[in-house]
Write a new protein. Structure first.
Length: 338
């Protein structure tokens, strides 16, 4: 028999600023409201409610009632399952969470011109470590651990944002996760600062930073990030790479700013320089190219030939220099589309 399955629906939790989503994939899925002290007597009540909400959705989905937010999602699959397994409840467990995205804050030191979060922060920047403008995450996380709704193995935690380096709860949340035994961490960071806590946790975990560098020189960096920090950021990336941390360097193609081969080549040269300075450990340094969402998300978007050329150029460069080059699947498909 066939049953619906989506890896995101059963084992994830995504803490955003105004909602908590059941999914860490692209569709987000159904959402739960964030903690509100007027509604819940305690964090314990809140986390129990979160758990009940998840279990209800998973049970419903298991018996074929897919949440409407998931109906058209490309991740949703029908898989073959025997009646015996179905009745035994192959997915019908306590739904321990294995993947958590944490982004209940948006403050940041930078104001990248493409950043979609700037709509939320109104382009305001801060160098001060401060509380989230939305809700406290740490007490929720503590209760999730106490109530054992996070798995004990194969768990991945991904910090997004805003910028973790100016979020006051970051270190304690990371500490707690590390002590609980989480072995896989991903940090989306601007690398404005080097955070020793990340390096400490990386000694015996799989840790990865994802940094949008987007260029290979100070001038272009200033144009995109509105901050004169190119050299510091490159040094911080090298320090992370030398601390047993995998590095993914992103190049977001921004129209009329870095969308030419000369700029892309400077980025490639910077990646080469970082690789040369990566002298300790064997963690990978990889690249990824993406197109500014402000363009690609337009319904009538057609990729210009010059941008296709950039995708081909970086792919070739990666092959020649033995550096892996990632792209989102829908971007890759556009390379050869006419
Ligand atoms: C919003 S940032 C937050 C984490 C961190 N401050 C950083 O810069 O990586 C998360 C990711 O979203 C990406 N992003 C933001 N706006 C984008 C856009 N317009 N197009 C493509 N990627 C974008 C950034 O490149 C970054 O990798
Ligand atoms: S560093 Fe990240 S969160 Fe900050 S403005 Fe840039 S993309 Fe946005």
């Amino acid at each position: 028999m066939k049953a619906y399955y989506c890896k995101h629906l059963y084992n994830e939790m995504n803490f955003d600023i105004n909602n908590i989503y059941i999914c860490c994939g692209s569709s987000l899925g159904p959402s739960h409201e964030v903690y509100n002290p007027e509604k819940w007597k305690s964090y314990d009540d809140f986390v129990k409610d979160l758990l009940k909400w998840r279990q209800n959705i998973s049970k419903q989905a298991y018996s074929g009632n897919i949440p409407e937010q998931c109906e058209n999602c490309i991740e949703l699959k029908k898989i073959d399952i025997s009646l015996k397994d179905y009745l035994k409840g192959k997915f019908f467990n306590k739904y321990p969470i294995r993947h958590i995205i944490i982004k209940p804050f948006r403050q940041c030191e930078m104001a990248c011109i493409y950043c979609l979060e700037r709509r939320i922060t109104h382009g305001k920047t801060t160098l001060e470590v401060s509380k989230s403008d939305y809700y406290e995450f740490l007490p929720i996380f503590k209760k999730m651990i106490e109530n054992k709704i996070i798995a004990t193995e194969d768990v991945e935690i991904c910090f997004q944002g805003g910028s973790i380096s100016v979020w006051d709860e970051f270190e304690e949340v990371l500490d707690l996760a590390y002590k609980y035994g989480v072995k896989n961490f991903e940090y989306l960071t601007n690398a404005y600062s080097f955070l020793p806590k990340i390096a400490e946790a990386a000694k015996d975990t799989n840790s990865r930073i994802v940094v949008s560098l987007d260029c290979g020189c100070r001038e272009t960096y200033k144009k995109i990030k509105l901050t004169d920090k190119f050299d510091d950021v490159v040094n911080n990336i090298v320090e992370y790479a030398n601390s047993n941390i995998e590095v993914l360097l992103k190049y977001i193609v921004v129209k009329d700013v870095n969308d030419n081969v000369e700029e892309l080549q400077k980025f490639c040269d910077t990646v080469s320089e970082i690789r040369k300075r990566h002298t300790k450990g064997k963690r990978d340094i990889a690249m990824m190219i993406d197109i500014d969402y402000r363009d690609i998300l337009k319904p009538d978007y057609v990729m210009p030939e010059e941008h296709r050329e950039l995708l081909r150029y970086i792919s070739e460069w990666g092959k020649e220099n033995n550096v892996s080059v990632g792209m989102q699947e829908h971007v890759r498909k556009m390379i050869d589309e006419k």
